[in-house]
Design a protein around this ligand. Structure first.
Ligand code: FES
Length: 81
């Protein structure tokens, strides 16, 4: 699967709840970033499931270039704006 479309050159910081599952948008087309809204239909993309292991803030990738999807790994800092 190739990288999806960047929606912002920074992570999305989201409050997550332990044990809850989140569906990160890998295609970059969702209107509910950073989560899937079904817009990937008929494409090569599908959402990436993230299950929170603890309650707190998580940084989800916004540039779609992270090597640790669905989480931010700082790659956006190396990209041009
Ligand atoms: S809308 Fe992007 S993966 Fe579902």
């Amino acid at each position: 699967m190739s990288d999806g479309k960047s929606t912002q050159n920074a992570p999305y910081r989201v409050e997550v709840e332990e044990g809850k599952k989140y569906f990160w948008c890998s295609c970059g087309l969702s209107a509910s970033q950073p989560f899937c809204d079904g817009s990937h239909k008929d494409s090569e993309f599908s959402p990436v499931v993230y299950e929170a292991t603890s309650t707190g803030t998580v940084a989800f990738c916004g540039c779609r270039q992270s090597k640790n999807k669905p989480l931010c790994d700082g790659t956006h800092r190396t990209l041009a704006d």
